[in-house]
Design a binder for this molecule. Sequence first.
Ligand code: NDP
Length: 280
Amino acid sequence: MNFLLPLTGSFAQPAAENPTVAMIEAAYRHHGLDWRYINVEVAPDDLADAVRGARAMGWRGFNCSIPHKVAVIDHLDGLGTSAEIIGAVNTIVRDGDRLIGENTDGRGFVAALKSVVDPAGKFVVLFGAGGAARAVAVEMALAGAARITVVNRTAGRGRAVVDLLNRRTDTQASYAPWDGTFVVPAGTDIVIHATSVGLYPDIDAMPDIDTDSLTPEMVVADGIHNPPLTRLLQAAKDRGCKTVDGLGMLVQQGVIGVKYWTGLDVDPQVMRQALLELNM
Ligand code: NDP
């Protein structure tokens, strides 16, 4: 018998409402992996000790969520390519004695999107310029999106994402102000909503987008996973658009994380089902 089980987990604050543990452990069980995923609340001042603890205990890897995604970088030994460009880490991978930071938020998004459309060569409108939007923007650019228009309420944050894309990737990025109902330009292929408007509990909130400007050739994706069917996605469906929900992003970033830690390709449906059963 071996009673020493491989450990993985998450460091965040708050941590109680983070459903990742349910999703990852469902995948471990389904694939017969006797691994554990431990959801831990870690305050900012304790992050250094928590990472040292994970090293000392031989954790195979862990996730970092709000507020540690940038701060954790100081405690790591290296960064993956896109994590370095994004400047934030959500997945830590052990490589021998080294801890390497990766960012799977945007890659999870792109993986979910690719079930409907390949971003290569596409014209993209991205709403938001926070942490999630930044990760999504960089990965969309690395996946070959031809043009990305970043629309954000606060111009400085929007322009910062645009500058990053133009400096570090081959996409053509531009900023568009969001100071009234935004009309999505004709010719747009992919519309991505990556702000927090419509996130539980404010599920009736709707980003200020002219839904009449959505046309059936457009794919509309929402980063919000709770609820999976946001008002924006419902409006897009009503207009005949194909849609991608935020659960897909959450699940696929988990799939990529588990692959890093265990080497196994886990079944995304098992993870999605585990999240749906939580009734969030
Ligand atoms: P941030 O706080 O970093 O960014 C929030 C973004 O939302 C900013 O662009 C902000 O604009 C915008 N915003 C907030 N309120 C409004 C408003 N009233 N009107 C217009 N814009 C607004 O958050 P994150 O980037 O970390 O998260 C954003 C969303 O992405 C959340 O809903 C989160 O749940 C989701 N997410 C989903 C993941 C998944 O796996 N499905 C993973 C990570 C995040 P401004 O700059 O002007 O303040």
